[in-house]
Design a protein around this ligand. Sequence first.
Ligand SMILES: Cc1cc2nc3c(=O)[nH]c(=O)nc-3n(C[C@H](O)[C@H](O)[C@H](O)COP(=O)(O)OP(=O)(O)OC[C@H]3O[C@@H](n4cnc5c(N)ncnc54)[C@H](O)[C@@H]3O)c2cc1C
Length: 500
Amino acid sequence: MSNRQMQTDVILIGAGIMSATLGSLLKELVPDWKITVFEKLSKAGEESSNEWNNAGTGHAALCELNYTSEKKDGSIDISKAIKINEQFQVSMQFWAHLVNSKLIRNPQDFIMPLPHMSMVQGEKNVAFLKKRFEAMSQNPLFQGMEFSDDPEKLKEWIPLVMEGRTSNEPIAATKIDTGTDVNFGALTRMLFDHLKAQNVEVNYEHSVEDIKRASDGSWELKVKNLKNGIVQRHKAKFVFIGGGGGSLHLLQKSGIPEGKRIGGFPVSGIFMVCKNPEIVAKHHAKVYGKAKVGAPPMSVPHLDTRYIDGKKSLLFGPFAGFSPKFLKTGSMFDLITSVKPNNVLTMLAAGAKEMALTKYLIQQVMLSKEQRMAELREFIPNAKSEDWDLVVAGQRVQVIKDTEAGGKGTLQFGTEVITSADGSIAALLGASPGASTAVSVMLEVIKKCFPQHMNEWEAKIKEMIPSYGVSLMDNPELLHEIHSYTAKALGLDKKVAVAR
Ligand SMILES: Cc1cc2nc3c(=O)[nH]c(=O)nc-3n(C[C@H](O)[C@H](O)[C@H](O)COP(=O)(O)OP(=O)(O)OC[C@H]3O[C@@H](n4cnc5c(N)ncnc54)[C@H](O)[C@@H]3O)c2cc1C
């Protein structure tokens, strides 16, 4: 072990979209702070943030049916959709700021305009969709949303989905043209290139093995260089644990009381991909359906046009699955080693409660390709097996904790920011809505961990994100301005030629 000890202001663990975003925000707010990054893989954006490991939906709640629910009185609750949409507007503004400041370039390499649609079948579901449309389309955030239950109109919107459809069941869809496909892998890599250009020290193939509080209140990390096996100690006043699925273990190592009684449950994902140009050319949207009964919210089936490396393809899924790994490149012991004396009761309670989910995930793992094709044919009746391949996506580690509403061992489907009482360490757990909301989630980290600087930083934050602290829903004029400004900066207002 080397005895050299390195000192820095900020350490970011992991080179995914979350660390990339936090580093980029901090570099704008305090350019002279020294930031060091440790990533165990050889490149940035290789785990969940990689373009093939997630669905690339710019989650703005324009199409995801699980963000709206039907209340007991039959009305539709759109509060979650409003929150997610506002969060996505924050991301769009920060990305637009980075492009306009020439800190990143070629936005079409990471974001493309794409209609977002919801599609349902059956009388009850169609009635639900219509009610949902009526509740949402009156809100300025969802302006421009259209509804149709006319098969002729649907043939125009989604020819591939309507081709060969023989069922007489009622079918309906909503469509909004302001949706996006986001290549979070490309964005992560661009942000890390930008950080390196701003003198951030990015160390690949360096694994953080331990985190301990030092006697002066700062944090001391044990970091292993995976190329030569040398272990070094690095100290920082502030540490962000952005290890994706790897964050829970690191949080546990830090020993902070806020990290106790929290567990993780990994859910893996499989997509089907089609690269046949003839088929790809017939579809141009993200079409979200309804989750099957018993399926977790993150396995809502959807059929998406994707733009990756200048090429269009179609993605269908995700099929959920079970693997005890917390990262795609993780270990089969991840789940078991995350069980500690302080969270064992929470984990056991969740295990007893979530038997149905575990059974569902195991059934999903066992599906044959033909069984998966049968699910795809609910979207594309004429889909042929030879046009579709399976791709293994990233791992999502869902947070398990004790909550007032759900009791002991309740499975959470959102993201959770855990910070120490003194704000010197923060970790991000959970995976949904994920990368799309990275900017507002990292602003939450900044607010919680650096309250003493917020007065000084607020003007710069507002310059980068004009809607910061403001409800866009209640300020339609500002919303309109921001829509035009971000669309122009990110090239969403023009059609970009894409090779097929
Ligand atoms: C199947 C699937 C579909 C999804 N779809 C969408 C979507 O459509 N839209 C959306 O917005 N979000 C989506 N998400 C969520 C989104 O991908 C994640 O929220 C986001 O990528 C998480 O970013 P991150 O930086 O936290 O983690 P990651 O991208 O996983 O990065 C964490 C990094 O930390 C590194 N690391 C871990 N432990 C250590 C250690 N000890 N030392 C050093 N480095 C370490 C890892 O190697 C990794 O590179 C999806 C996720 C999945 C799995």
